[in-house]
Write a protein that binds this ligand. Structure first.
Ligand SMILES: [Zn+2]
Length: 353
């Protein structure tokens, strides 16, 4: 009986529609989709009535999907990872939607490991003003007593033996992070601008180098000698935040961020063995430093004092870091001599050990 009832309703509907269509030519075109919609309605309902279980499963699935997807978007992670600000959420949600439309300028991405765009407040609360201070060589040399000849030391040559366990040769990059238990004797160089920190064992050679440069009329400046992990994390977060604000997803931002800022735990600055060196007259951390007097002098002479240009041009595929003519790493005079003379990177040197 109900089956018959349904058929008759459907039939009545069909008759009505076709009769309207017959009376009026214009209506005929409109009635065609209506007829289809009607047929679909009747048959769809009939199907679902016969499959109540299937129908309720469909509804539940849709419901679950809606609820689940509204919680699974990464937009709930706010920029600094601590607070959940609704304004942030909606902003980032917009960025994520726009991800494919924004073109990223490759020049911008070529930025450097050491680019620091940190808010002053953070620096003051966490580190004092120390980290961003640039220490002038003149200042440093004035406040310390001369110790060596200032000429650099001569390498032992082929007799020198190297080991991967040597503290001077520790390799840190995106594949080798700093061991959790790594410790070094912290050395302080007191200057008028404050105290500069680095590994105490490199200070003598560093002073010799600064003195030798000064004798050539080149006044160097040292910046960000030592960074702790918290600071490195902060730099990294800043970078990711910046990329995400330009429309990248978190994963894209992380991948690019790790090319320009070392992932926390992978920066040599945390070892106290790396120094960013610029000049009094050229303080920018950019490739232009290579063409300055100081940049040229360091590239040619730093090895005599145990320092290597850690991220050379054309070796980016090995180091994983863009060319940084200002970033010098202490490896000791013997290793620095071999590395510089052969024009290799610390990675390549290390592989041979
Ligand atoms: Zn550096």
């Amino acid at each position: 009986m109900p089956m018959q009832m349904k058929m008759s309703v459907e039939e009545r509907f069909r008759k009505k529609v076709t009769s309207i269509a017959r009376k009026n030519d214009f209506c005929r075109i409109l009635m065609l989709p209506l007829l289809f919609a009607g047929l679909f309605w009747f048959h769809g309902i009939a199907y679902l009535k016969g499959n109540v279980k299937r129908f309720s499963m469909l509804i539940m699935t849709c419901l679950l999907f809606t609820v689940y997807s509204s919680f699974s978007f990464p937009m709930f992670i706010s920029g600094d990872g601590t607070s959940l600000d609704m304004n942030d959420v909606s902003e980032e949600a917009q960025d994520i939607v726009l991800a494919e439309e924004i073109r990223i300028d490759p020049e911008e991405l070529k930025r450097i490991e050491d680019e620091t765009e940190v808010d002053e407040d953070w620096l003051l609360t966490v580190h004092g003003t120390d980290i961003e201070t640039k220490y002038s060589a003149a200042d440093i040399l004035e406040s310390t007593q001369p110790n060596g000849a200032g000429e650099g030391r001569v390498a032992d040559g082929e007799e020198a033996e190297f080991s991967q366990d040597d503290w001077k040769l520790i390799l840190i990059n995106s594949r080798h992070s700093i061991p959790d238990d790594y410790e070094f004797p912290q050395g302080d160089i007191h200057t008028m601008k404050g105290t500069m920190h680095c590994d105490a064992r490199i200070i003598d050679d560093l002073l010799d180098m600064l003195r030798a440069a000064k004798e050539q009329g080149i006044t160097l400046q040292i910046c960000s000698p030592y960074r702790d992990e918290a600071y490195q994390e902060h730099l990294f977060d800043q970078k990711i935040k910046k990329y995400m604000s330009r429309g990248m997803s978190y994963m894209e931002a992380y991948r690019l961020g790790s090319q320009v800022v070392n992932v926390p735990g992978a920066s040599e600055h945390q070892l106290g063995l790396a120094l960013d060196i610029v000049m009094d007259t050229y303080t920018g951390l950019d490739e232009g430093f290579a063409d300055t007097e100081g940049g040229k002098w360091l590239a040619q002479n730093s090895y005599k004092y145990g320092f290597i240009l850690r991220y050379p041009e054309g070796k980016e595929y090995i180091t994983g870091i863009s060319y940084e003519p200002w970033h010098f790493r202490y490896v000791g005079v013997d290793a620095a001599t071999v590395i510089t003379e052969r024009g290799i990177t610390l990675e390549e040197f290390w592989e041979e050990l």
